[in-house]
Design a protein around this ligand. Structure first.
Ligand SMILES: Nc1ncnc2c1ncn2[C@@H]1O[C@H](COP(=O)(O)OP(=O)(O)O)[C@@H](O)[C@H]1O
Ligand SMILES: [Mg+2]
Length: 264
């Protein structure tokens, strides 16, 4: 077949079945790798309250004698830390499981966004990040499976949080609305006021394994996989050339477009 390897059109359909199969395999490997990293972060979060509880218990055991006030104080801390653990575990349990049937390809953006931001709550709070979300009241449900949209948003928000890590006043904004120019699609935009993206890097962002975060911190698969998922759902994921107009400062904006469900 006359396909040249450096032909960028190799990404456009109809692709060679073998190439398509490889792309699908890469996408699922990427999903796993990204999920692994997310799980590792969550495990790190779980260990902190666990260590705190253990430490408090050990401190008590090592004391020769203890005052009642002291015991009560420790008990309060232990309950507090346990509540943190409970909240974390319940967030993890809310992760969507891929739905087996196409009938489940319907996503309420507001509900999903709440779930995703509660998963990232600790990172947001730790980084002192202001999160602003704005969802158009007339936004219909998306014609896409919740776990797909969830994964893309976790990737985008995770990147935004990495990007604002050294901002003085970190702000992440998310807005969702029907696209005026093509009303069968909704656009979900994720903006951050991080350092922005250098021109040389812009063209390579969506390449698999492209990362500027080093091997420890980055897989370089988040955007590649997210774009693959978006396209698989009949949508698209792009980096905007210009951030556009936002209430708070924004330097980088990714736009996810997905079809909305018709005839509710
Ligand atoms: N919001 C953002 N601000 C600045 N750079 C970004 C942002 N999102 C992605 N990038 C850049 O794109 C690269 C690829 O992102 P991604 O595919 O998610 O992989 P990873 O996050 O593992 O590095 C990142 O390493 C970073 O350089
Ligand atoms: Mg990423």
């Amino acid at each position: 077949m006359p396909t040249s390897p450096e032909d960028p059109a190799a990404t456009s359909p109809p692709a060679d079945p073998e190439i398509r199969r490889l792309r699908e395999m890469l996408a699922s490997a990427g999903r796993l790798a990204e999920f692994g990293r997310f799980a590792a972060q969550q495990i790190h979060e779980l260990r902190q309250p666990l260590f705190a509880i253990k430490g408090l218990g050990q401190l008590l055991l090592e004391k020769e004698r203890v005052e009642l006030d002291e015991v009560l104080d420790f008990a309060r801390h232990i309950v507090e830390q346990s509540e943190r653990l409970t909240a974390l575990v319940s967030n993890l349990r809310q992760l969507s499981v891929p739905a087996p049937s196409a009938a489940a390809a319907r996503t309420e953006v507001a509900t999903l966004l709440l779930r995703v931001t509660s998963l990232l709550d600790l990172r947001l709070r730790k980084g002192g990040v202001t999160l602003r979300t704005q969802i158009a009241p007339d936004l219909p449900p998306l014609a896409a499976a919740p776990h797909a949209v969830e994964q893309i948003l976790i990737n985008l928000l995770g990147n935004a949080l990495d990007a604002v890590a050294s901002s003085g006043q970190p702000v992440v904004q998310v807005r969702a609305r029907v696209m005026a120019e093509s009303p069968r699609f909704a656009a979900i935009e994720v903006a951050d006021n991080g350092s922005g993206i250098a021109k040389a890097v812009r063209d390579r962002l969506f390449e698999s394994f492209f990362t500027t975060k080093g091997d420890e911190q980055g897989t370089g698969l988040g955007l590649a996989v997210s774009r693959e998922i978006a396209r698989g759902a009949g949508g698209e994921l792009v980096l905007l050339d210009e951030p556009g107009v936002w209430n708070e400062p924004a330097s980088t904006v990714f736009r996810l477009t997905l079809p909305v469900s018709q005839g509710l």
